[in-house]
Design a protein around this ligand. Structure first.
Ligand SMILES: *Cc1c(COP(=O)(O)O)cnc(C)c1O
Length: 376
């Protein structure tokens, strides 16, 4: 575990469950992504972790921001971001929120339907608009392949319609799925976008920007490629698809910037077996699906877990949260083993838990408050 976070946990002994985030790692991840993809403007996907300390650190590094709601736009402005550095990238927005964002100076919006385009034309006249296309999410551990985007033929028609409605058709976006462990997934996505660019150009609409979405991974149980591998493959794909006249490139990392920066510490509340000869222990923690670990749904995101007894003999476990809800089982089938020496009262840590945790907690299901958060 990161030394700064270990030291903090040791000296402060915060009550659990809690999330501790090392802002230096967020900065390092931002700089590493910028070095790997120098041609791209980085729009941090605020929803991954909207803590003001993270937003302020990224503002000082010159980041742009992708907001999913008007509240997230306000968080960015309060952290010192300029409205011109923001995009409102959720394809599902109330018209009143579009109007407020437009009034605040936000000039870049994403949409994926005719009805949303109507709202944008009415509430954000003259704004730049990006159309999101559906994309295969193979190899993504947290897929986002159905809810957002439209097919490229519809995108072409909508981008042409955007121009006729007084908006600026600006570009195309996609998302290859969150925690995308295969950088080659961007190759087909970029090629598909390039042919859509060519199609719309034939109809007299020249697009300027390609938004490659997020998907850059954090380090969970599976090994993931280095960020440099993503940069190399994406750069090659851009050249192959667009030749020497590349569009403006946007990326929207969330998890890849703050996932590895945080640790959730939790206490073991109960260890039990369901029958006398049951080999599997049930480990019940004070953190669970409603307290910051909803990405354990279907055991998709598999955090690395650290215990005070690492290195000693282990046995199979089922890991669960503290609430009176059967859904609140974190890992049953994923083959986790924990030390046989683990005991009630031990503190254990979920590593790489800086993204999609703190603000993903319920307000107080079963009376359990959301995670305490520390940014150091
Ligand atoms: C959630 C989201 C992202 C961030 O995805 P990560 O996989 O966390 O990088 C980027 N863009 C959009 C539009 C999103 O909804």
């Amino acid at each position: 575990m990161n030394e700064k976070i270990s030291r903090f946990l040791e000296t402060r002994q915060p009550s659990t469950p809690c999330l501790v985030v090392d802002i230096d790692i967020v900065r390092d991840n931002y700089n590493a992504l910028r070095a790997s993809l120098p041609q791209a403007d980085i729009y941090y996907a605020v929803k991954a972790n909207p803590a003001p300390q993270i937003l302020e650190a990224l503002v000082s590094l010159g980041a742009h921001f992708d907001a999913a709601s008007f509240a997230e736009i306000e968080f960015c402005l309060e952290a010192g971001a300029k409205a011109s550095a923001l995009s409102y990238g959720n394809t599902i927005k109330k018209q009143t929120d579009i109007a407020r964002a437009h009034e605040a100076g936000v000039a870049l919006f994403t949409f994926d339907s005719a009805a949303e385009l109507e709202k944008l034309a009415a509430a954000a006249p003259g704004a730049r608009v990006i159309c999101r296309i559906l994309m295969e999410n193979d190899d993504a551990q947290w897929p986002l392949s159905r809810k957002f985007g439209c097919d490229p033929a519809m995108a072409k028609d909508l981008l042409i319609a955007a121009k006729n409605k007084g908006l600026k058709p600006y570009g195309v976006s996609f998302h290859v799925g969150s925690q995308q462990i295969n950088p080659r997934q961007w190759i087909a996505a970029i090629a598909k976008t390039a042919s859509l660019f060519a199609d719309t150009a034939r109809s007299g609409v020249d697009l300027e920007a390609i938004n490659l979405g997020g998907g850059f991974p954090a380090s969970y149980r599976d090994q993931v490629p280095e960020v440099a591998a993503y940069g190399d493959i994406i750069a090659t794909a851009l050249t192959e698809s667009f030749g020497n006249a590349p569009p403006r490139v946007i990326v929207e990392p969330g998890r890849g910037l703050c996932g590895d920066a945080g640790v959730i510490q939790s206490e073991v509340v109960l260890i039990s077996r369901k029958s006398a000869d049951d080999e599997t222990r049930w480990i019940y923690l004070d953190a669970g699906k409603f307290g910051g670990l909803p990405e354990t749904t279907e055991e998709r995101i598999q955090y690395r877990i650290r215990t005070p007894h690492d290195g000693s003999a282990t046995g199979p476990v089922i890991i669960a949260g503290p609430t009176c809800e059967e859904l609140d089982i974190l890992y049953d089938k994923a083959g986790y083993e924990l030390p046989l020496a683990l005991k009630i009262g031990d503190k254990i840590e979920f590593l790489s838990a800086g993204a999609y945790t703190a603000t993903y907690a319920s307000v107080g299901f079963n009376g359990y408050p959301p995670l305490d958060e520390y940014y150091i």
